[in-house]
Design a binder for this molecule. Structure first.
Ligand code: FAD
Length: 474
């Protein structure tokens, strides 16, 4: 779908920088809370500190890396809807390899290049452990761990009404040295940057009749390896990268794998030629007490398990903004350029909400911009101008018939958006080789879903990337 990022200023500067009447503000240093020490929180901490702010990173877990901290643990409710379930942050499965080549995936000024170390994974599309190690290297290199409070969960963020200036009050709970003891703390910050990730709260497909269906259900958040599916008839809902990764892994052990997908290339329904136990169907119509799963094209399967590979929901259980920021059908809004809620800017911001993106370098640009706006080095448009911009963006989505839940899908606007951020920050534009590597990957993924990670042919792009890296690695 065509999505328009509506910035009147896509090719230039935001209105306030151009408009008279906005006198430059003195450069200031703020006390900023960053929630989360995944890739977004780490680079945000680095950028904010570089900009001269004092930074505290709150991290619920006991190490950096967020999503990339793989665990065998799964939640107590396999479908992830029971509110009192035990929670697990990461959604990684054991066999996961990156779906973006490492050169394109890494931060712009800290290239994700192979290490000369037998313990590391040198592949262009490495396994998840290598990404975690890269983030650990990044943390060490920039001494970010000294800013992080581990095992400290932010449980409440609200405007501190008792303060004269607009500030935030953060309540956190810190587990003490692995003991059951919890230390509860209330603190005041000038600004909050939310980097809590958005691949943890499962989004589940609605299936008529599911309450009487006798089989099991699971969300891919709790999928780790194919063993529990041995000899089972599995219906897998979804057609994202993970859905396809998981489906072919399942095909190796399950009796049958039936994929239910909303959008597929015409003519690809039915038995999949490369497999003797995999079928592609349209969406599920309903399910029945006898164990049957009925698809919209009339096909029927008696299945043991439904695996929802249906994505995730944005979830900010700690955030209280008196209704200023809401999550509605997976739209977090209103947000100016997916970052600042106009009424609370610049004191509240979000990094990393966009998907169909190249996340790490985008986090880097978003956080540079936030840092500069917080210090007054960069200027935002007025609240009204930002709000107009957001409304224009929402109406452009409606014009294109884009569902609300795709509000934060970057897709076709990846280059425009990143270049716009780069221009705001005075950084070089998004590298052409990076975008080309991303596009080559998408194309080869469509052609060779199972082997694209091991068949890289665009060597010229790799050479361009390494030429570019010299300035950061030499
Ligand atoms: P996260 O990594 O989720 O980090 C959020 C952090 O916030 C966590 O450490 C969490 O513990 C902490 N936190 C949350 N709530 C609180 C709280 N209340 N208090 C304190 N701390 C809190 N991206 C790529 O670039 N390449 C890939 O190949 C790729 N593959 C992916 C495959 C899967 C299956 C998934 C799920 C994602 C993949 N991604 C990939 C996207 C990936 O999520 C991003 O690259 C990136 O790691 C997200 O970083 P983040 O910091 O936004 O969130």
């Amino acid at each position: 779908s065509q999505i328009k990022i509506s910035c009147e200023s896509l090719a230039g500067f935001p209105s306030m920088l151009r408009s008279p009447g906005h006198a430059p503000q003195p450069i200031v240093s703020r006390h900023v809370a960053v929630i989360g020490a995944g890739a977004a929180g780490l680079v945000t901490a680095r950028e904010l500190r570089r900009e001269g702010h004092s930074v505290v990173v709150f991290e619920r877990g006991d190490q950096v890396g967020g999503t990339w901290v793989y665990t065998q643990n799964v939640e107590s409710d396999p479908i992830g809807v029971e509110p009192t379930r035990t929670r697990v942050h990461s959604s990684l499965y054991d066999s996961l390899r990156t779906n973006i080549p490492r050169e394109a995936m890494g931060f712009r000024d800290y290239p994700f290049v192979p290490k000369d170390d037998p313990d590391r994974d040198p592949r262009r599309f490495p396994g998840h452990r290598e990404v975690l190690m890269y983030l650990q290297d990044f943390t060490r290199e920039f001494r970010i761990d000294e800013l992080v409070r581990f095992e400290t969960e932010v449980v409440r963020v609200r405007l501190a009404e008792e303060e004269e200036e607009e500030k935030w009050k953060i309540k956190s709970k810190q587990r003490s040295m692995g003991l059951e003891l919890e230390l509860e703390l209330d603190e005041i910050f000038d600004a909050v940057v939310v980097c809590n990730g958005h691949f943890t709260q499962p989004r589940v497909a609605y299936i008529p009749g599911i309450n009487d269906w006798p089989g099991k259900q699971m969300h891919s958040h709790n999928y780790r390896d194919p063993e529990p599916f041995r000899d089972q008839v599995v219906v897998l809902i979804g057609n994202s990268v993970s859905a396809f990764d998981i489906s072919w892994e399942l095909a190796g052990v399950a009796k049958e794998v039936h994929i239910a997908a909303r959008t597929v290339i015409d003519g690809t329904f039915g038995k999949q030629p490369a497999y003797d136990n995999m079928w592609l169907h349209p969406m599920i119509k309903d399910v029945c007490e006898d164990g049957s799963v009925n698809f919209l094209d009339g096909s029927i399967v008696i299945a043991n398990i439904i695996l929802h590979c249906t994505g995730y929901e944005y979830h900010f259980p700690f955030l209280e903004t008196n209704g200023i920021v809401t999550v509605d059908d997976n739209r977090v809004g209103p947000l100016y350029n997916h970052i600042f809620p106009p009424a609370l800017a610049p004191r509240l911001s979000f990094v990393g909400l966009l998907w169909k993106a190249i996340p790490f370098p985008m986090f880097e640009l978003q956080s540079k911009w936030i840092g500069g706006v917080l210090s007054n080095r960069f200027t935002l448009p007025s609240q009204e101008e930002m709000m107009e911009d957001v409304e224009a963006f929402y109406s452009s989505l409606e014009t294109f018939g884009t569902p609300k839940r795709y509000t934060h899908c970057l897709g076709d606007n990846l280059v425009e958006y990143n270049n716009w951020l780069a221009s705001q920050c005075g950084c070089p534009a998004f590298e052409d080789w990076r975008m080309q590597m991303f596009l080559v990957t998408i194309k080869s993924k469509l052609a060779h879903l199972e082997s694209y990670r091991d068949e890289w042919e665009a060597q010229h792009l790799v050479l361009q990337a390494y030429e570019d890296f010299i300035k950061h690695t030499s």
